[in-house]
Design a protein around this ligand. Structure first.
Ligand SMILES: Nc1ncnc2c1ncn2[C@@H]1O[C@H](COP(=O)(O)OP(=O)(O)OP(=O)(O)O)[C@@H](O)[C@H]1O
Ligand SMILES: [Mg+2]
Length: 242
C-alpha cells in the first residue's frame, strides 16, 4: 500500500450520466480501520460513488484513491484491496456457491488450493457450509446476502465496501450481519457501508457522511453528526380545528 493510513480519498469528484450530474464536487476521506456510514435517500449518489471507487464507472473530474492508488490509472492495484458487496445479487447462475467463491478468488490471483481453503473457511463462518454444492438460486434471500459477504471477503481485502447490506433483511439477519461487520472491523478491516437508516449508522459506525442529490451535506464523527440539530426532522400531525 502506498498510503497505509487513508483507505479512501476522494477529491473534487464530478460524475455525469449524459447531461445529468449524479455527483457534484464530492470530496471526503475514510481513514484505515474506520467504520464509515454513507447515508442518503434514494437516488442521492451512493451507488454511483461506490461504482467510481471500484472502477465500475468512469467520471468527468476528480481524484479517487484507495490506499494511495488511483482507481482509474492504477485500477488493478486499487481494486485488489477492495471487497465489494453489491446492492443487487449478481451471481453466476451456473456455478455452485463453492465454485463461485473459488472462481472469484482466481480473479485476484489466488491459486485453487488456497482459494478452496479460503472458500471453506468463509462458508463455515457464515453458516453456509452445508449448502456448498448448491447453486445460488437454491439459497434463501438471507443466505444470498451472506454469500455476497463471503464473495467480498474471499481475497482478504483491506477494505469492505457494502451497498445496503441489510436492505430487505428480517431483524434476525440484520442483527447477524451487524455482528459480522462489527467483528470484521475489530479484526482490522476498514468498512464503508451505504444505508438509508440512521439507526444502522448509529449502531455500527464511527464516522458518518451524508449525501443528497450528488452533494456531500455533512461529514464527521458519529457523535457530532448525531448532535447536529439541523439534521433533525420534526413530523407534526394536525388533526384539524376542535
Ligand atoms: N447508469 C445510469 N444511467 C443514468 N442515470 C443513472 C445511472 N445510474 C444511476 N443513475 C442516476 O444517478 C442518480 C444516483 O443514482 P445512485 O444509484 O447512485 O443512487 P443511490 O444513492 O445509490 O440510491 P438508492 O438508495 O436508491 O440505491 C439517480 O438519479 C439515478 O437515476
Ligand atoms: Mg444505491
Amino acid at each position: 500500500m502506498r498510503n497505509s493510513e487513508t483507505a479512501i480519498s476522494i477529491k473534487g469528484l464530478t460524475k455525469f450520466y449524459g447531461k445529468f450530474r449524479a455527483l457534484n464536487n464530492v470530496a471526503f476521506e475514510v481513514k484505515r480501520g474506520d467504520f464509515f456510514a454513507f447515508l442518503g435517500p434514494n437516488g442521492a449518489g451512493k451507488t454511483t460513488t461506490i461504482n467510481v471507487l471500484t472502477g465500475l464507472s468512469n467520471y468527468q473530474s476528480g481524484k479517487v484513491n484507495i490506499f494511495g492508488y488511483d482507481t482509474s490509472s492504477e485500477y488493478l492495484l486499487s481494486r485488489r484491496l477492495i471487497g465489494l458487496c453489491a446492492q443487487e445479487f449478481n451471481f453466476d447462475p451456473f456455478l455452485t456457491i463453492h465454485q463461485l467463491l473459488v472462481y472469484q478468488a482466481g480473479y485476484f490471483g489466488i491459486p485453487p488450493k488456497k482459494a478452496t481453503r479460503n472458500a471453506e473457511a468463509l462458508l463455515e463462518r457464515f453458516q453456509l457450509i452445508e449448502k456448498r454444492h448448491v447453486k445460488h438460486r437454491a439459497l434463501s434471500g438471507g443466505m444470498k446476502k451472506r454469500l455476497l459477504l463471503c464473495r467480498a471477503l474471499i481475497h482478504d481485502p483491506e477494505i469492505l465496501i457494502l451497498d445496503e447490506p441489510t436492505a430487505g433483511c428480517d431483524l434476525e439477519l440484520k442483527f447477524l450481519i451487524w455482528d459480522y461487520l462489527t467483528q470484521l472491523n475489530k479484526e482490522g478491516k476498514t468498512i464503508f457501508l451505504t444505508t438509508h437508516y440512521m439507526e444502522e449508522a448509529e449502531k455500527l459506525c464511527k464516522t458518518i457522511g451524508i449525501i443528497n442529490q450528488g452533494h456531500i451535506v455533512r461529514i464527521g464523527e458519529k457523535k457530532n453528526i448525531l448532535q447536529d440539530k439541523s439534521l433533525e426532522t420534526v413530523f407534526l400531525e394536525v388533526t384539524g380545528p376542535e
